[in-house]
Design a protein around this ligand. Structure first.
Ligand code: GTR
Length: 342
């Protein structure tokens, strides 16, 4: 596959500078970690999934300078004797089970899953006053203020604090995952929290895994018109054309090296653009190799349904169908994760 011309080289700046540019031009800076984090369990089900798992209903409370904020999440622990890998899913709903979480199958595969409803952290609109926005004192007159993607990603790290305390979790093997806008969020969470050793971005498209340059479907201009609040205010200065950014999204993937990054596409999801999601994995590969691990292994001619590249530290698949977080996406990701467990 041919990479777009004029793709900014990741090795033209230091990794620190690359991360700073992503924050100042696109997502804003990650909010600081709270001074104090605590958890309370409000309700559980010891006989979950026919007794194969335990459901924990948890409330996270964070505190800073006398201010506090709480949000709920769920944790499903499989009944396994050995330690288990875990996935933190940033989700669209708080339901367990949920159409985006194959809870029982994950329990059968001995994978723990923690999940939360992103809008219980901060609403998916321009409201920065309520919930976490108010707690963090987000000031959108600052051009580099965090957008919603950064705020939701911040919450994923709080959930990770809980996962880190679970004695049954194998902490070398914890993934952060999300679909679509929450796939963009999973990448940002993975960038800032090195405890996530697998970062899975499903159908994340524009401002997610996909390259901006040469992109079909959604562009920076289109996403900014509808969802300006996902980004820092300074993003508006870069959306006029697809080569306005001093970087491209393969820098985002590159900064996750040498950890495992998994990008999943759907063939009919032309708004996200499977080709540019795959090209980004190819363009990020040298940064992984520079750290002594493989990047994407394989020499695909294009992204198409059935393409599964699972050998490298960057994994990729494209399935048939629409924009969705499907059972097939989970099956493929879990296969990949099990293959690369530390
Ligand atoms: C779309 C948006 C995409 C993607 C998607 C989603 O409307 O344009 O970038 O994030 O929403 O999150 O479902």
């Amino acid at each position: 596959m041919k990479l777009p011309e004029n793709l900014p080289r990741f090795d033209s700046v230091t990794p620190e500078e690359a991360q700073r540019l992503l924050c100042t031009c696109e997502y804003g800076f990650m909010p600081p970690r709270p001074e104090c984090v605590s958890f309370s369990e409000t309700l559980g089900n010891k006989e979950f999934c026919a007794g194969k798992a335990v459901l924990h209903k948890v409330t996270a409370t964070v505190e800073n300078n006398g201010k506090s904020f709480s949000f709920p999440f769920s944790y499903v622990r499989p009944n396994a004797k050995e330690s288990v890998p875990a996935v933190v899913l940033i989700n669209f709903r708080g339901n367990i089970p949920d159409l985006y979480i194959p809870t029982e199958e994950l329990a059968d595969l001995c994978i723990a899953v923690a999940s939360f409803d992103y809008q219980e952290v901060s609403p998916d609109n321009g409201d920065f006053e309520s919930l976490a926005g108010g707690f963090l004192g987000v000031d959108r007159s600052d051009p580099h203020a965090p957008g919603k993607i950064a705020i939701w990603a911040w919450a994923a790290s709080i959930v990770m604090d809980y996962v880190e305390k679970r004695p049954e979790v194998d902490l070398k093997n914890v993934a952060v995952a999300g679909h679509s806008r929450l796939g963009k969020t999973a990448l940002f969470a993975g960038l800032h929290d090195k405890r996530f050793s697998f970062i899975w971005s499903n159908d994340s498209g524009c401002a997610g895994a996909a390259l901006y340059r040469g992109k079909g479907g959604e562009t920076a201009e289109a996403i900014h018109r509808v969802f300006p609040f996902w980004f820092c205010p300074n993003y508006a200065n870069y959306t006029a054309s697809d080569d306005a950014f001093p970087f491209d999204q393969h820098w985002f993937l590159s900064l996750l090296a040498p950890r495992n990054v998994y990008v999943a596409s759907a063939e009919n999801d032309l708004w996200a653009d499977p080709q540019n999601e795959l090209l980004s994995c190819i363009a990020a590969t040298p940064a992984f190799e520079a750290l002594g691990v493989s990047g994407l292994i394989g020499n695909p001619e294009k992204s198409e349904a059935g393409l599964t590249l699972h050998e490298g530290t960057i994994g990729y698949h494209c399935r048939s169908g629409e924009h969705y977080l499907s059972r097939e996406d989970w099956q493929k990701f879990i296969l990949y994760m099990k293959k690369h467990l530390k």
